[in-house]
Design a protein around this ligand. Sequence first.
Ligand code: NAP
Length: 309
Amino acid sequence: MEYQVVILGGGPAGLTAGLYAARSGFTTAVLEQTMAGGKIVNASHVENYPGFDQGISGLDLGQAMKRQAEKAGTEVVRTAVTDVTLSTHGPPGSAHIVHTADGDIQTTALIIATGSDYRTLDVPGEAEHLGKGVSYCATCDGAFFRGKKVAVIGGGDTALTDALELATFASDVIVVHRRDELRASEALQANARKSPKISFRWNSVVEGIEGDQAVTALRLRNTRDAIISEVSVDGVFVAVGSVPSTEFLGGSLSLDESGSIITNDSMETGVAGVFAAGDVRHNSARQVITAAGDGATAALSARRYIISL
Ligand code: NAP
């Protein structure tokens, strides 16, 4: 199979790149492993995407982006990418090859928009209780904890968004943070502090997640005095950031220390005809709107590249 533009990842960055590339008249495919729309489909309510003054559900926003890209002529293909062979030595315009579970795909321009995966705590009991009280998605699993006591780990925007969402179901929400100062926006902090259901455990890190069949408690270590304590909870929502999905590149592009792809302002990587956009990119602002902007920029750069050949 062969396209002029192939985009890896069907989140806001990938679908916007697909929209722009297809509208430029190129044969375009977006390869997505699970559900097109990206992580945003898990957000119950997105309030900061311009144009939707009443907010919009993440699922509706992601699905609308997919429909718009397809309407423009992008093929959205569900497949798992295993690795890539980038053309670094051939004549200008030589095809890059994307290896997938369903066969190889050749492309003149490749846009990588694979986003990121949830960062794990890597503590005893975390993997064992996945789906049995441990979750990385409050929107997906919050309703299972109606009337129960839950903990949210982390101090960023995701942790507080999750805590506020969980407070609509749970009886108590304990935010466990490793410092005594939150990273989350002032607006989220103010809302969380107003909620009578939300409390904070400062300077605390998770040492383990206890329970037999289901989660029953969190083992915490105070970072100041090293005292270990146990807090009984029915659920643990881990919101400690994310790691870029770049392992399939196998060292073929320059990455920063966190594993994000290094690009210039035109989304060009160090390899001709290969671009990166969205959360997978070094210094991404990690917002839906900036991912979409990156996707548009990457597709316009891909267009310039193809036309120059
Ligand atoms: P983040 O900003 O990287 O925050 C991660 C949090 O987890 C930090 O508080 C960090 O602590 C903590 N943490 C990291 N590793 C840890 C570990 N091993 N153990 C315990 N705690 C750990 O990630 P995020 O909250 O997912 O947000 C990512 C991006 O998405 C941000 O740019 C954010 O603004 C954006 N976002 C926006 C919205 C919104 O606009 N409504 C919602 C969600 C996310 P430290 O603070 O000590 O580093």
